[in-house]
Ligand binder design. Structure first.
Ligand code: S3P
Length: 447
């Protein structure tokens, strides 16, 4: 077995990740512990902050995004202990009690922080809030949450009609039934959080089911919430207090996806990824990889604090192309960059469609994956709502750009394992948004 040389080079606040894969003989072996789920980590911090009493969070993701959420809620009066994976203690300030912060709230790179928080801010009468983020977040559409909140009576001002920085004057809102044009858990959760603080029943109906972590956690904290799976609707009745809980955060399936694809494409590999959250609204990646013929097995399935969890074993094998679109997209929305890498090493042409949402993520993920994998020799045609990837091309190491996007960084690193020569990923510090230990885990697997 040959090893692969993986090294990080720091240049002021930027990092280059250099991957030099041997011509042959690399195999990835081992067990991997992945970091806590990003979506659940945000929600545990937020619900903990607005509940009565103490919330204990075990397994919190220590990435940059949850740190942004914690910083914002501390500024509004919640007491949150130093972040660590063992145990974070959040002393909530109770429903409707967020304080007006003395300064601008900064959501950093995190769409979940800004959009979910907006629902709470808009529903705190007579308090004034300003919210911003980094340059990526300041270019992402906020009108998808501003519009429904305005229908509820919110006062919100935005740059260019829908971009952060945003200013919010909290109001007593009125309940609505919102038919969301997009399947977005951020939109759904924003409205539910606004509804929590609003008299009457607020309902959100989605065109396809998005991740349901908010619904599960709301119920666990004591909110009055019902779901109707037939109509894809969720209703929250406002005014119910939330009570602090113990939240055990499962490993993030989105972070596990890098190792699932790595194990599937690198010859002779076998990896077990431990403690992965397998909530059915998130397991589209498993369905897609199984469609491609990947050798994946779920072991030791169990339920931890209201979320299903399993260990996942992946072995290398031949992959074939597949078609990904429709209702599957919201179930694997964050995994499309790494699925594109799997498709590069599959036989035949993979079609990814109905995925225009990827253009408004941390980067334009369709354009960036087509361009950066293209530099390595991949054959990818970009479409307005997806990608057409012809598998089987030989990849060569190249200089590529993360475009400040964590999932792009990690996807390119996995592609580099199967490329000949040296790949340098500029801006690799972005991985710390959701996976601070990504490089050290890669180094240990590729030994
Ligand atoms: C998230 C929802 C998804 C996802 C994002 C996290 C969440 O975004 O892409 O990484 O925690 O609610 P959309 O709701 O915009 O689809």
């Amino acid at each position: 077995m040959s090893s692969c040389v993986v090294s990080l080079h720091c240049l002021e606040d930027r990092e280059d990740l250099v991957i030099n894969s041997p011509r042959s003989g690399l195999s990835l072996q081992g067990r991997v512990k992945i970091p806590g789920d990003k979506s659940i980590s945000h929600r545990a911090l937020m619900l903990g902050a607005i509940a009565q009493g103490e919330t204990i969070i075990q397994g919190l993701l220590l990435g940059e995004d949850p740190r942004s959420t914690a910083a914002c809620f501390r500024q509004m009066g919640a007491s949150i202990s130093e972040l660590n994976t063992q145990e974070v203690r959040v002393t909530g300030i109770g429903l409707g009690n967020l304080q007006e912060p003395p300064d601008v709230l900064n959501a950093g790179n995190s769409g979940t922080t800004i959009r979910l928080m907006m629902g709470l801010l808009a529903s705190h009468p007579d308090r004034f809030f300003t919210v911003t983020g980094d340059s990526s977040l300041r270019s992402r559409p906020m009108s998808r949450v501003i519009k429904p909140l305005q229908q509820m009576g919110a006062s919100i001002w935005a740059r260019n009609g829908g971009l952060a920085p945003l200013a919010i004057r909290g109001q007593a809102l009125k309940s609505i039934h919102y038919h969301s044009p997009i399947a977005s858990a951020q939109v759904k959760s924003c409205i539910l959080l606004a509804g929590l603080n609003t008299e009457g029943a607020t309902t959100v109906t989605e065109p396809a089911l998005s991740r349901d972590h908010s619904e599960r956690m709301f119920k666990a904290f004591g909110a009055n919430l019902t779901t109707d799976p037939e109509t894809l609707s969720v209703t929250i009745t406002g005014g119910n207090r939330l009570y602090g809980q113990t939240v055990i955060v499962p490993g993030d399936i989105s972070s596990s996806a890098f190792w699932l694809v790595a194990g599937a494409i690198v010859p002779d590999s076998e990896i077990i990824v431990e403690n992965v959250g397998i909530n059915p609204t998130r397991t589209g990646i498993l369905d897609a990889l199984q469609m491609m013929g990947a050798d994946i097995t779920l072991e030791n399935p169990r339920e931890v604090a209201g979320e299903p969890v399993a260990d996942i074993r992946v072995r290398h094998g031949k992959l074939q192309s597949c078609e990904i679109g429709g209702d599957l997209i919201p179930r694997l929305i964050d995994e499309i960059p790494i699925l594109a890498v799997a498709a590069v090493f599959a036989e035949g042409t993979t079609i990814i469609k109905d995925a225009a949402e990827l253009r408004v993520k941390e980067s334009d993920r369709l354009a960036v994956m087509a361009t950066q994998l293209g530099k390595m020799g991949a054959k990818i045609v970009e479409h307005p709502d997806g990608l057409e990837i012809t598998g089987g091309a030989h990849l060569s190491g190249a200089e590529v750009e993360s475009c400040h996007d964590h999932r792009i960084t990690m996807s390119l690193a996995i592609a580099a394992l199967n490329a000949t020569g040296t790949t340098t990923i500029h801006g690799a510090e972005a991985a710390a948004i959701s996976y601070p230990d990504f490089v050290s885990t890669l180094q240990s697997l590729a030994q």
